[in-house]
Design a protein around this ligand. Structure first.
Ligand code: C2E
Ligand code: CA
Ligand code: CA
Length: 748
């Protein structure tokens, strides 16, 4: 089977790794370049924000200075003109100013006398003596006030004031001019940055920066909240001391601001222009955003490109590997693949493998007679027959009709047993006319005798060519194995009589359980050869040899005798027993003395039909008349006959209906594959078939709970398998019987 560690695509993994690492490097690199780039841009932005802030601020300062000085100049001119009319009553002087108000665009002009009485061009009469600026002005000061509410409370006003001198150099009046703050602020339209920024005029009093020249509808930032922002004011005033212009950054309402201040020409005032740091940054940033996006697009593009390269690489590597390692007809791995993965297995694993080379002798004829498509179909069917019958082994196509298989074995017989299974399947495919008649020859080499798969392959190829066209034999071992096999068989053959005499053959028992009750309902007698040195030889080592030379007939009878003897002894002890089934080889049909042998034994040990049953394996090699006779002998004496290995024969259905079997025993090779959809339904079908033919169904080789549950839920209840119990030596089995008797007794 194809397991991960045998992945031949290993080297491409390395390259994939390199691509992945390169991608990571690219990402890290591009990310840091990107960050560096972005931080450079940000730095530039800050510089450009500062520069533009400074420029706007400077413009504003000039403007404010100009407005102040031109207004003050104008008023000084008016005061000069007024000097000539100072003898007139205050009201009359004011009347003379009416024209000027209109011409200069003032809100009004006013004249305040030393008693603090002010008469305005709007004919108002106000008392202003209490205001500091009026007092200061009578001392000779001039200037303007911060924004303040008008006396009638209707408008915010900015008041410019100059002293009016008489010819004696005294100051009988103070001239005031008023702008509405609104008009003033439009004169000083010093908002900037898309209305985000603003300018204010403040005095230098270190922590009292609240003298706003203009009052707007706007939130005046920190500048009208002196108590709350005393710390920030302090920063400003500290800066004022150091330099007459500069930057200050501060936070207001959770937003960072950048401000530029510069000293005005009048008083000791400063104009501060401020903007929210982020907004400015973003405005100035529009280009950066574009650049950022552009860079991101580049990154995405390069990433996609890499991904495409990556996928293309995987795709083509896979294609390339498929080209090398896959066979175009079966669409499965080829011999090159086997060679590639073989070294990945441990020596221990490989030494248990046989390398089998097989080809179809008459493949050329199939191809020329039925066409290439039929030829391909044969290849596919051969491949499928193998994988279906031998799921734990592997088959690979080489070229043409040549296949290479690896078969796992413990004993050499396992290999031929498995190949027989496969060959039976091929025969049934031929019989069902799924494929035309073909003949397959197989050469077998045991990997443990070689040091490379190629040398094993070559030897197997030679072994195969020696039997090509031989219709009597379809497989052949290489010389080495041949010798080994022959020697082993010879020894087994030679030892038979001796072993029989020395009672080296013993019977082990494997219980059968009823899955519903968990109780033992039967057992199978299985022969073991216990050699003098104590080693236990399993039956598949020696039975094929004895089947070959006919000694199996005698061995079967010995097993039957030993089983009956044990039953007799147990019964004598009063132990209640379950029926025990005894295997009869297919060669028993050649035993002319079978009935006599049987009767001798059952008589001697007082055996009833409830005590023993017989298991017979159905094969196509059976001569049906002979087997019929054997079965009828058993039936005549009322013994149950079980069909062993049900499902592996050519036509289980026919056999089952033609002969009088009482029980069908589903073969382990089906049980092994419970869980595979196809096999699940085959097994269900087998159970239904048995039920319809009134044949009891038993399953052997149950190794898991899942298998047991599946069978039980589908109507098969009698189980034999390692999940319940392995075959156990006679002594152990007898104890099991005695114990279950005790339980039964105590239950009563
Ligand atoms: P079989 O008649 O099909 O017997 C069942 C075999 O499957 C036994 O192997 C048993 O140990 C094994 N088995 C049962 N349950 C499980 C399981 O859950 N997992 C696995 N892996 N194996 C399980 P054993 O005893 O080695 O016998 C092998 C074969 O030798 C038998 O197959 C039978 O064909 C033959 N055999 C054994 N004793 C005799 C005999 O006295 N006479 C003849 N003619 N053949 C015999
Ligand atoms: Ca059996
Ligand atoms: Ca069996």
């Amino acid at each position: 089977m194809f397991v991960n560690k045998n992945n031949p695509y290993g080297s491409s993994k390395k390259i994939l790794g390199i691509i992945a690492i390169l991608s990571i490097i690219f990402f890290v690199f591009s990310y840091s370049v990107y960050n560096l780039f972005i931080s450079k841009i940000e730095e530039n932005n800050i510089t450009s924000v500062k520069t533009s802030l400074e420029r706007i601020s400077t413009q504003n300062v000039e403007r404010v200075n100009e407005i102040f000085s031109s207004t003050i100049n104008k008023m000084n001119n008016i005061a000069d003109i007024a000097r000539d009319y100072l003898d007139m009553p205050q009201e009359d002087i004011v009347k003379g100013l009416y024209n000027i108000v209109e011409i200069e665009g003032f809100y009004n002009l006013g004249l305040t006398n030393r008693d603090g009485v002010c008469i305005t061009t709007l004919d108002e009469r106000l008392q202003l003596g209490q205001y500091d600026y009026i007092k200061e002005c009578f001392e000779g000061a001039y200037g303007f006030t911060e924004s303040q509410l008008s006396e009638d409370g209707r408008a915010n006003l900015n008041i410019f004031y100059v002293p009016v001198y008489n010819n004696e150099g005294e100051i009988p009046y103070v001239l005031t001019a008023t702008y509405t703050s609104k008009a003033m602020s439009s004169l000083l339209d010093i908002t900037s940055y898309e209305q985000q920024g603003n300018s204010v005029v403040v005095d230098s009093n270190s922590n009292m920066i609240n003298r706003t020249l203009v009052s707007t509808d706007k939130d005046l930032n920190i500048f009208d909240k002196p108590a709350q922002y005393a710390d920030t004011y302090k920063v400003f005033s500290e800066n004022f001391e150091k330099s007459d212009k500069g930057y200050v950054t501060y936070t207001y309402a959770n937003q960072k601001y950048i401000a530029y201040y510069s000293q005005l020409k009048y008083e000791n005032w400063y104009l501060i222009t401020y903007v929210p740091y982020n907004n400015v940054f973003n405005v100035a940033n529009n280009n950066t955003v574009l650049l950022k996006n552009a860079m991101n697009y580049v990154r995405i593009f390069v990433s996609c490109l890499m991904a495409v390269i990556f996928l293309a690489y995987i795709h083509y590597t896979k294609k390339f590997n498929d080209y090398i390692y896959k066979d175009s007809v079966t669409k499965k791995h080829n011999y090159t693949y086997l060679k590639r993965i073989f070294s990945n297995f441990s020596d221990e694993e490989n030494n248990k493998k046989a390398i089998c080379v097989m080809d179809i002798d008459n493949f050329k004829i199939v191809n020329t007679r039925f066409g290439k498509e039929a030829g391909d179909n044969v290849i596919i069917k051969v491949y499928k027959a193998f994988t279906e019958m031998l799921p734990n082994d592997s088959i690979y196509r080489d070229t043409g009709d040549l296949f290479v298989c690896t078969i796992n074995y413990d004993n050499i017989n396992d290999i031929t047993d498995k190949l027989n299974l496969f060959m039976d399947k091929i025969d049934s495919e031929i019989a069902l006319r799924n494929i035309p008649y073909i003949h397959i020859s197989v050469g077998i080499a045991l990997y443990k005798n070689y040091d490379s798969i190629d040398s094993a392959f070559n030897d197997a190829l030679i072994a195969k060519s020696k039997i090509k066209g031989n219709l009597k034999r379809f497989y052949n071992f290489t010389n080495k194995e041949e010798r080994e096999l022959i020697e082993e068989s010879k020894e087994i053959e030679a030892r038979f009589n001796d072993a029989l005499k020395k009672q080296e053959f013993e019977v082990w028992y494997q219980p059968k359980y009823d899955g519903r009750t968990g109780k033992i309902v039967g057992a199978e007698a299985l022969v073991r050869w216990k050699k003098e040195d104590g080693t236990i030889v399993p039956p598949n080592k020696f039975i094929p040899v004895y089947e070959n030379n006919g000694q199996i007939i005698e061995l079967d009878m010995e097993v039957l005798r030993l089983t009956c003897e044990n039953i007799y002894n147990l019964k004598k002890k009063g132990v209640k027993l379950v029926p025990i089934s005894v295997n009869l080889s297919r060669f028993q049909v050649e035993n002319g003395d079978f009935e006599r042998n049987l009767l001798d034994i059952i008589k001697k040990y007082d055996i009833t039909p409830q005590d023993i049953q017989f298991e017979l394996t159905e094969t196509k090699m059976f001569n049906s008349e002979k087997i019929m006779r054997l079965i009828s002998v058993l039936k005549k004496h009322n013994f149950e006959v079980h069909m062993d290995d049900f499902g592996t024969g050519v036509s289980g259905l026919q056999t089952l209906s033609n002969y009088e079997f009482d029980v069908a025993k589903i073969d382990k090779s089906f049980i092994d594959r419970i869980g595979e959809k196809k096999f699940d339904s085959i097994i269900k079908g087998m159970i239904v078939l048995c039920q319809n033919l009134d044949v009891q169904v038993v399953a052997e080789g149950i190794e898991t709970k899942e298998q047991s549950d599946f069978l039980e839920s589908n109507g098969c209840y009698v189980f034999q398998g390692y999940y319940y119990s392995k075959p156990v030596p006679e002594e152990e089995f007898n104890k099991l019987m005695e114990d279950s008797n005790n339980i039964d007794d105590s239950e009563k």
